[in-house]
Ligand binder design. Structure first.
Ligand SMILES: *[C@@H]1O[C@H](CO)[C@@H](O)[C@H](O)[C@H]1NC(C)=O
Ligand SMILES: *[C@@H]1O[C@H](CO)[C@@H](O)[C@H](O)[C@H]1NC(C)=O
Length: 446
């Protein structure tokens, strides 16, 4: 470790691993350290099950017919949008070959006191029981408009870039409930701030939802076999192929600064030097500010969620308006079908942005919908963002943003793109990524 590197990366969360993979590929010498014994930081999947109990300060309980090693329990509830940014990054970097994905079986939205399947095309729009007959027609018209929308050459005067999304909904005559589920269950907005913005982003988000849905049918989401923790490990492998060095179980004792600039990291009496450092907020508590909290409840169950057509994986969104809240509640459920639990067990994660002094109370509406729970693990997480990115740049200390309450990785990918730009001054160039194994074998063929 007593060596000099181009970049030292602290923490092996997905953001850090993707960046260390891409930086290694572009020829930088990377040292990647994590204080934990396992990969993934907050985006890890915990195995065996006993470790999950211990992590939450509970005594391990054996489940009937459950083998602890079958479990890979995620700490954050996220899926991949089938047509989203992370899938693009996985394909362009070739990391797809280390992982296997299966689609998520269902996508639901809560309205009134029940849950409904989210309709995502014109045919489903006309068949849904989510809305009345005339509203269905208006909703179908909106979907057609979104499908045909071209921000450079808008054809439909009811949907042009100068209009806010609120005006667009009004122009199509949609009621509050339909608005709610377009913006929240399809646009995946966490609150109603988007209504006042130009319709370009909401329209493209709803379009992304429909396109992702069209790929596999039942939901717009993909999920990796053996859990989300496979994702950072896949990118760590990419980095290692290009010479990146990985060290787990390495406490960071000191971040050494010289003349206001990052100089190195001290761990167990040794010092590694580098020009710059990148890491998750937990390694830079003096450079970040808290912007809120997220509550996450991991619920182990021995049944599927009622009224989901026995789906072995699904997402349910509870729009804030339906519950009189400011932010949505999400339920993400996975199971043995994705190799993350013993046979016939299910893991539902409930999450939301904290709004009161009693976060456990806030998730009660979702707990009621998912049915009886065998074991529950609840934690409130602080969310951090960098305090002063201009100062970070001068100091050559780059800090990622905490995983937010969204149920997918789109915001994480945005953070990755921006960090890469700030670290290297350039956009990510995927054309550089050539698999050394494949180019070697291609060379041999010629
Ligand atoms: C689920 O667990 C409960 C509580 O232990 C038990 O009463 C019930 O029979 C179990 N159901 C199934 C399908 O195994
Ligand atoms: C990148 O730098 C710009 C300009 O200093 C700043 O506005 C932005 O927040 C930075 N982004 C990240 C992810 O650090």
């Amino acid at each position: 470790m007593d060596e000099t590197y181009d970049v030292i990366v602290l923490g092996t969360g997905l953001t850090e691993c993707i960046l260390s993979g891409i930086l290694s590929v572009s020829g930088r010498k990377v040292l990647h350290m994590d204080r934990n014994k396992y990969y993934g930081g907050e985006s890890a999947s915990i195995t065996p099950l006993d470790d999950l109990f211990k992590m939450f300060g509970q005594d391990p309980v054996a489940l009937p017919d459950g083998r602890p090693r079958d479990w890979n329990v995620d700490l954050i509830p996220k899926f991949l949008m089938a047509s989203g940014q992370l899938v693009k990054i996985l394909i362009k970097t070739g990391v797809t070959k280390y992982l296997e994905f299966k689609s998520v079986e269902g996508s639901y939205v809560f309205k009134g006191s029940k849950i409904f399947k989210v309709p995502s095309n014109e045919k489903e729009a006309l068949a849904t029981s989510l809305m009345g007959i005339f509203e269905k027609r208006r909703f179908k018209n909106l979907l057609t408009g979104i499908n045909e929308f071209d921000e450079k050459a808008p054809k439909n005067p009811n949907m042009t870039p100068e209009l806010t999304m609120e005006q667009v909904f009004k122009n199509f005559g949609l009621d509050e409930n339909t608005r709610d589920f377009c913006g929240h269950a399809m646009g995946l907005y966490l609150n109603d701030d988007y209504l006042k913005k130009s319709c370009i982003e909401p329209v493209s988000r709803i379009k992304l939802y429909c396109e992702s849905m069209a790929r596999y049918g039942n939901s717009p989401y993909l999920y990796p076999l053996y859990g989300l923790g496979e994702l950072p490990q896949g990118f760590a492998r990419l980095s290692a192929i290009y010479g990146g060095t990985y060290m787990l179980d390495k406490p960071v004792d000191e971040i050494i600064m010289e003349d206001g600039k990052f100089a190195g990291v001290k761990s167990q009496g040794q010092i590694a030097r580098a020009k710059m450092v990148l890491g998750d907020p937990s390694y830079f508590l003096d450079r970040v500010k808290k912007i809120g909290q997220v509550v996450r409840a991991i619920c182990i169950m021995n049944h599927t969620i009622p009224n989901t057509n026995d789906a072995k994986s699904c997402q349910i969104i509870f729009p804030q308006n339906q519950l009189g809240r400011k932010s949505d509640i999400y339920v993400s459920m996975v199971s043995y079908a994705h190799n993350v639990a013993s046979k016939t067990y299910y893991i539902a994660m409930i999450s939301t942005t904290v709004e009161t002094a009693n976060p456990e109370n806030e998730i009660l509406p979702a707990l009621k919908i998912i049915g009886p729970v065998l074991h529950k693990f609840v934690k409130v997480h602080d969310c951090f963002v960098p305090k002063d990115t201009a100062a970070d740049k001068l100091a050559q200390c780059f800090v990622s943003t905490s995983y937010d309450a969204t149920s997918h990785f789109e915001t994480t990918c945005l953070d990755i793109t921006n960090l890469h730009k700030n670290i290297t001054g350039e956009d990510i160039n995927y054309a550089n990524i050539v698999d050394p194994d494949e180019s070697a074998s291609q060379g041999a063929d010629q």
